[in-house]
Design a protein around this ligand. Structure first.
Ligand SMILES: Cc1cc2nc3c(=O)[nH]c(=O)nc-3n(C[C@H](O)[C@H](O)[C@H](O)COP(=O)(O)OP(=O)(O)OC[C@H]3O[C@@H](n4cnc5c(N)ncnc54)[C@H](O)[C@@H]3O)c2cc1C
Length: 490
């Protein structure tokens, strides 16, 4: 049973289809398979912030997404940032092909268009509970539910359901339909907030203001690609002790050394965490245009390395270190494409867009919109508030007999083991339930990334089809031979 229907679910199918040992694969998802939150958008303006090279349903080998695009006549390079709707089309088409491959090997594939609300242990496997009250059974459960619940900041939570509060920037068509003279406040300054700004400003809207507690935009890059040269020494990473007082110094030294040893481009600057957002964007846009962003060349391997080593740390060390580096990771690991930075800079220069240097103290509902109270006493009125503060996974909590998916966040969640299996409290053996993608975020630090989900899918499929326990990131971030998915795609 695959619960979820986004890219992670299709990647899991890619690793299972064709195996004669799989009797049946059932997808449980309310949406068409392949079209999740980020890649289900139809707006051609919205780009991936990861290059084609790492935006593939199969993590190893040459990018399957690159092959998909090239086979359809797109002039594409592995470093390009493709429009996100093309990733959705890619997932959708591969899903159809993979279903055919699975069926040819004797596997039945079905899709139940419903949301799952829980999983319960039964005598010979699991019962998956559906929102409509029905139950389906399976021996092995894969949680591929993604992070699709918008995080609603405290300032507007009481206004859930208000027509002047747009709780998520997707589908982007909702933003495009706002009146041309609407003044819009967007809560957030990271990826979905930037999407919101690009869509709102592209339709000539007069005032869009982005605001967040950090007040910073992501850094700017020209590619996120794997590299055939190793940037890091595995032994040094294994020896890095998150509880040691010298941790930060040693980590900084390893990162600086990796950037220096690796750089093909003209140079790099010290990382920056803040400052005036508009000036920083202009500066980083220039650096990227002049090919002075050497740091970007180690990011793909850094993500793989973090996902390999951090899960082995104690939960307390993981939480402490990741909290300390959150700002740095969100600016650089989730950097934006130069094209988006140029568009933002143009909208900022033309006065259509502003990045607020503060976060509202209060946001009040007024007669025809909102009154925003800024620190220092100033107030400003807006017609709409768009929430773009990010997404989280629907809460998964343990019940006496299994898991509840969604609903109120009550009770502890299951433990995610290094091999991605879940363990319920008070039970010694892990369940035959696996987390793929965002659901594994309790253990793996970077999961909102298709490459990470594809690595998870390979590991889980390996355990299902051969019984071999494994952990993700067995392979380096380097491109290798062609992925198996391509062979069946004809
Ligand atoms: C704005 C934005 C931009 C992004 N850009 C990139 C990028 O450029 N590159 C990249 O690698 N990653 C990007 N990501 C992260 C990206 O979402 C993941 O890499 C990947 O798409 C996640 O796929 P998924 O299948 O895990 O989740 P999703 O695509 O969110 O799909 C989740 C699926 O699960 C279903 N579902 C949820 N709950 C249930 C339930 N209870 N029962 C049944 N079904 C359920 C949903 O209906 C949906 O079908 C971005 C994310 C965001 C928000």
């Amino acid at each position: 049973m695959i619960i979820g229907g986004g890219a992670s679910a299709v990647s899991t199918l890619a690793h299972l289809a064709g195996d004669p040992g799989v009797e049946r694969i059932t997808f449980v998802a309310p949406t068409p398979i392949g079209l999740g939150t980020a890649f289900g958008t139809t707006d051609p303006l919205l780009l991936c912030n990861t290059s084609v090279d790492v935006t593939s349903l199969v993590a190893d080998g040459r990018s399957d997404f690159l092959d998909y695009l090239a086979a359809r006549g797109h002039p594409v390079h592995r470093a390009d940032f493709a429009p996100r709707y093309l990733v959705g089309q890619y997932c959708r088409e591969r899903y159809t092909e993979l279903c055919a491959r699975a069926r040819a090997a004797g596997t039945k594939v079905t899709h139940i268009r419903e949301r799952s609300v829980g999983v319960e242990r039964s005598r010979d496997g699991y019962r998956v509970l559906l929102a409509g009250g029905a139950v389906v059974t399976g021996t092995d459960i894969l949680l591929c539910v993604g992070a699709d619940v918008p995080k609603l900041p405290d300032e507007v939570r009481a206004h859930r359901g208000d027509p002047r509060l747009i709780e998520s920037p997707y589908p982007a068509g909702r933003l495009r339909r706002l009146p041309a003279d609407a003044r819009v406040l967007t809560l957030g300054t990271k990826l979905s907030a930037i999407d919101s700004a690009l869509v709102l400003c592209s339709t000539g809207r007069r005032t869009t203001v982005l605001t967040s507690p950090s007040g910073t935009l992501p850094a700017v890059r020209t590619a996120l690609c794997r590299d055939d040269r190793a940037a890091f020494d595995r032994a040094a990473w294994s020896a890095l002790d998150p509880d040691d007082a010298s941790f930060d110094r040693r980590l900084a030294r390893m990162l600086v050394r990796a950037v220096r040893a690796h750089r093909r481009s003209a140079g790099s600057e010290r990382p920056r965490l803040g400052g005036d957002a508009t000036r920083l964007l202009d500066h980083e846009r220039r650096l990227a245009a002049e090919d002075r962003t050497a740091w970007q060349e180690i990011v793909a391997e850094l993500i793989d390395t973090l996902n390999t080593h951090v899960p082995r740390w104690s939960p307390a060390a993981r939480a402490r270190v990741l909290a300390r580096y959150r700002g740095l990771m969100s600016r650089y690991i989730s950097a934006i494409p130069l094209r988006n930075a140029r568009l933002l800079a143009r909208h900022l220069a033309q006065g259509r867009l502003r990045v607020a240097d503060a976060y509202p103290e209060r946001i009040e509902r007024a007669a025809d919109g909102w009154t925003v109270h800024w620190p220092g006493g100033a107030t400003e009125t807006f017609d709409y508030v768009v929430n773009a503060a990010g997404y989280r996974v629907a809460p998964v909590s343990c019940t006496g007999t299994g898991l509840r998916i969604g609903g109120p966040d009550t009770g502890p969640g299951p433990e995610v083991l290094a091999d991605l299996r879940l363990r319920l409290p008070h039970r010694r053996s892990p369940e035959r339930i696996w987390a793929v993608g965002a659901s594994a975020g309790g253990r793996y630090p970077i999961v909102n990334y298709l490459r990470a989900a594809a690595q998870h899918a390979a590991v889980v499929a390996g355990q299902l089809t051969s019984g071999t326990p494994a952990t993700p990131q067995r392979s380096a971030a380097r491109p290798g031979p062609r992925p198996t998915i391509h062979r069946s795609a004809a």
